[in-house]
Ligand binder design. Structure first.
Ligand code: DI6
Ligand code: FE
Length: 416
């Protein structure tokens, strides 16, 4: 029987197992058809009837699932270099925020930015993420904080998804900060976001999930309940930035709502971790923000592990606390700063990150899954967590289509 499609041969497959193991097999082939993995296995066991339309010899390179960045704030204007310099001379992130810097300054820049300009800046960031192996990227709103500007951000995010650079999932983050004009009336602000803005944006097909910043400098769990219930009524998955700077006790609410993920968790204690475990909520670890803010309290990874909470790793790319565009660097930081194993780090940017986004069709190299793959100039899966400061990526495949971002870049990364 003739089986058309794209055949990748000479692959070394690097993948993870749910039990925390690593798979590393040489001499593999992967058959891609209609954007899906139709078959994979040892090249010598390939059925004789396979007559692909196209063949690519990967020369023994490592192939992993395409990386999934499940937490980014990729769309914004302006820079926060000034905040960075002030923090280096001792001003804390919270002080900068309450003095009108921080998120508020990015909100002002994003509100006044032209949509095309926002798109082009974000497209360049997305291309650099793809050049570091990302094939699916979640993008949050949250620097608009009014109906028109939140919509502008989400339209840009959707448009980025249509470029084919990577698949984009959008998240409404209306509850990111209390905007100017609403100081002291955060409940009224959240009500408007939940009851007026969110339903309209959801009806326009712009929202895949709903997020909030549950933190002492932003919103408390009691305030967020109505906001999240509005999301649930629309059938949208919920998640939150939780306990990044202080312990908020928001784990109970997220657990009751069956949240898809809880992100950051630096200050989460045993009780919060037990609550997340009970609801099967994914813990998204964001070591870039911890590093960039020079925090000293890391998430309790041994407790998360012991409780069986699935751990994902993401960049949290944003201008204020994590201007990081590389998932492999996030993996390196997750290992060295948070104590993950390289196997956990790889699972964290593949299967567990896909799970955090509710995507069951990707994250492992398995027949029937989307053919989202990353091909690397490295010898072993652990090496993805080892390198610092350059991308060993050879190319990615998004739904079976090969992408080579920038041939110059690819040449620079050829194996010696
Ligand atoms: N937590 C973060 O680390 C970012 N947002 C959030 O809720 C910070 C965003 C910023 O400072 O611009
Ligand atoms: Fe974030």
């Amino acid at each position: 029987m003739r089986q058309a499609g794209l055949l990748l041969r000479g692959a070394a497959v690097g993948d993870t197992t749910p039990a925390g193991g690593i798979v590393h097999r040489q001499g593999q082939a992967i058959l891609v058809r209609d954007g899906l993995i139709a078959w994979h296995g040892p090249e010598r066991e390939m059925a004789s009837g396979i007559e692909p339309d196209q063949e690519i010899d990967l020369g023994g390179r490592l192939v992993t699932p395409g990386l999934v960045d499940c937490h980014t704030h990729l769309v914004y204007a302006g820079t926060r270099v000034g905040d960075f310099v002030r923090r280096l001379t001792g001003t804390r992130y919270e002080e900068i925020s309450s003095a009108g810097g921080g998120i508020a300054s990015t909100v002002a820049a994003t509100r006044s930015a032209d949509e095309q300009d926002l798109f082009e800046r974000a497209r360049a960031r997305l291309a650099r993420m793809a050049a570091n192996g990302a094939t699916t990227v979640e993008i949050k709103s949250g620097y608009g904080l009014d109906a028109a500007s939140e919509e502008k951000m989400l339209r840009v995010a959707r448009r980025l998804g249509s470029t084919g650079i990577a698949e984009v999932r959008t998240t409404f983050l209306g509850a990111h900060a209390i905007p100017p004009g609403y100081q002291g009336s955060s409940r009224e602000y959240l009500r408007e976001m939940a009851e007026e803005v969110l339903p309209r944006l959801a009806a326009r097909g712009l929202v895949d999930a709903v997020d909030a910043f549950c933190e002492a400098i932003a919103f408390g769990p009691e305030e967020l309940e109505g906001y999240f219930l509005a999301a649930k009524r629309l059938g949208l998955p919920v998640k939150a930035h939780l306990d990044q700077l202080t312990e908020t006790g928001g784990g109970g609410l997220l657990s009751r709502l069956g949240a898809a993920s809880a992100d950051h968790l630096e200050y989460s204690g045993t009780r919060t971790i037990a609550e997340l475990a009970a609801s099967g909520t994914v813990a998204v670890l964001l070591p870039g923000a911890y590093y960039f803010l020079r925090e000293s309290r890391a998430p309790d990874v041994p407790a998360l592990r012991a409780a069986g909470v699935p751990m994902a790793v993401a960049t949290d790319h944003n201008p204020g606390t994590s201007p990081l565009e590389s998932l492999p660097l996030a993996m390196n930081m997750a290992c060295l700063l948070f104590g993950l194993t390289p196997a956990e780090a790889l699972r964290g940017v593949t299967a567990n990150a896909a799970r955090a986004l509710g995507l069951e069709d990707r994250g492992t190299i398995t027949s029937g899954m989307r053919a989202d793959l990353a091909v690397w100039n490295v010898d072993s899966p652990a090496e993805l967590s080892y390198n610092i400061g350059y991308s060993p990526l050879y190319s990615t495949f998004v739904k079976g289509a090969m992408r080579r971002e920038d041939p110059l870049h690819a040449d620079a990364n050829e194996r010696a």
